[in-house]
Design a protein around this ligand. Structure first.
Ligand code: TRP
Length: 448
């Protein structure tokens, strides 16, 4: 059939790749701003609980199915199906995953393109090219197309190199760099005037703000942040060796993801209040903290501007952090359709990558040309509808359709004696009943 499959060379390689997928704009931008918009530590608390009680079990479903099948989501779900009906729905969910992963990448690449442009900006400034700076940090269609293309090209270059030489190598290189940059920025920002007020806004809970809506936002955040539902984690699991304990690796990925989201909050919220201290508006007219693109693209750059030349270097560090976080995530999205093209359509990786990549870039371009009409629509269709519904499907496949003895056999690999652990006593029931019901409840709540 197709060429031999790639595999991660070590569990550290897998960990960096899976954590790299999880840690992205969702952590460094989405999480802190969700916190700011939803009552500070009340949201942090809800998020922590949901990440471990809901997202972790769903992550385990994807990793276990993926490693068992050693195939992409379409073939994996068809493979564990027990009859023609479940085979049909398995294939359908698998295709759904590919479509939703591609849609998520199509808007993610636009946002990541802004980050690349803002990373280049300070260099242009150092070179004295003020006209270029204006173009880079303005918001023109040409700028957006150019930098979405550049970012998509970077993503394709990594994916074209394969699992070990592309995904694993780059994730192992970039993730430590991300952590170092994040910590350096935090140390710098926390020493600036105003920072403590930001810390307070971040960490003082206002429990009166607990609401169903807050729980729904926290769940959406947890699902997006752990890259769930679309087969990303499933495909990474399929490249994992049988010598590793899945529950342990999954727990580590969750911990790293949650840890970095929390740490990013220590940077973003204090930075907003430092910006306020320096004279930048951080509240919108509605009285809420500015949270959307305005936060990253206006409030923080305004802050860097007040810092003089040092600000240029802080800006470089900050946008480098954003680009790195985006890249280790975008490669995991592109791998979903590419793996399908390789395994089901027999296209070699070096050809499949540019083909799929260009189709997704075409979708991004359509969004860029119709930004106001399409951007928000694609974001909510993929993350508020696609992801939760596919997440339910994956839980149903792991919990109801897959034969229990096969599931146990897969988990035992790398974790002998798992049947005597607390994990095995709780998790199978959890993915069976609790996860689908909770996800559906939140879905209904958010749609209504
Ligand atoms: N988790 C990433 C972030 O926080 C984004 C991401 C990567 C993703 N792969 C995904 C989101 C698959 C949904 C589905 O930014």
């Amino acid at each position: 059939m197709s060429a031999p499959r790639g595999q991660f060379s070590s569990n550290i390689g897998f960990l960096m790749a899976a954590a790299g997928s999880a840690v992205g704009l969702g952590n460094i931008w989405g999480f802190p701003t969700n916190v700011a918009a939803n009552g500070g530590a009340a949201f942090v608390l809800a998020y922590l609980v949901l990440a471990f009680l809901l997202a972790y079990p769903a992550l385990m479903a994807e990793l276990t199915i993926g490693r068992h099948a050693r195939r992409n989501m379409v073939q994996a779900l068809r493979g564990i199906a027990t009859g023609p009906t479940s085979r049909f729905f398995g294939g359908l969910a698998g295709f759904g995953g590919i479509v939703v992963a591609s849609l998520i990448l199509s808007f993610y690449a636009i946002v990541a393109g802004w980050m690349v442009a803002h990373l280049v900006g300070p260099f242009a400034s150092l070179a004295g090219a003020e006209g270029a700076v204006e173009w880079l940090t303005g918001n023109s269609t040409a700028r957006n197309l150019t930098f979405t293309a550049i970012f998509s090209g970077m993503t394709m270059l990594i994916i074209a190199s394969g699992v070990e030489k592309g995904i694993e190598r780059w994730s192992t290189l970039l993730m430590p760099a991300l952590i170092v940059l994040l910590l350096l920025l935090i140390v710098y920002v926390l020493t600036q005037p105003g920072a403590m007020q930001g810390l307070e806004a971040y960490l003082m809970p206002d429990f009166s703000l607990f609401s169903p809506q807050l729980m729904v936002s926290a769940m959406g955040q947890a699902f997006f942040s752990l890259s769930l539902g679309v087969g990303t984690m499933l495909i990474y699991g399929s490249y994992l060796s049988r010598q590793e304990s899945l529950p342990r690796l999954g727990a580590l990925v969750t911990l790293i993801d949650v840890g970095i989201a929390f740490t990013a909050g220590l940077l973003i919220l204090p930075a907003m209040y430092v910006a306020q201290e320096a004279g930048t508006r951080i509240y919108a007219d509605s009285g809420e903290l500015i949270a959307g693109p305005g936060l990253i693209l206006q409030v923080l750059p305004a802050l860097f501007d007040t810092m003089g030349t040092a600000g240029l270097f802080v800006a470089i560090a900050f946008f480098a952090l954003m680009v790195i976080a985006s890249l280790t995530s975008s490669i995991s999205m592109l791998e979903v359709p590419v793996a399908f093209a390789i395994e089901n359509l027999n296209v070699p990786r070096r050809l499949a990558t540019p083909l799929v990549g260009i189709i997704i870039f075409a979708i991004s371009s359509v969004i860029i040309f119709n930004f106001d009409a399409l951007f928000g629509l694609v974001v909510s269709a993929s993350t508020e509808f696609g992801q939760p519904l596919l997440g339910v499907a994956l839980c149903i496949f792991a919990g109801w359709i897959w034969r229990r003895d096969q599931l146990l056999a897969e988990l035992r690999e790398g974790h002998p004696g798992i049947e005597h652990t607390l994990f095995w006593k709780i998790w199978p029931w959890y993915v069976r009943i609790v996860c689908p019901l909770l996800i559906l409840a939140a879905f209904v709540q958010s749609v209504m």
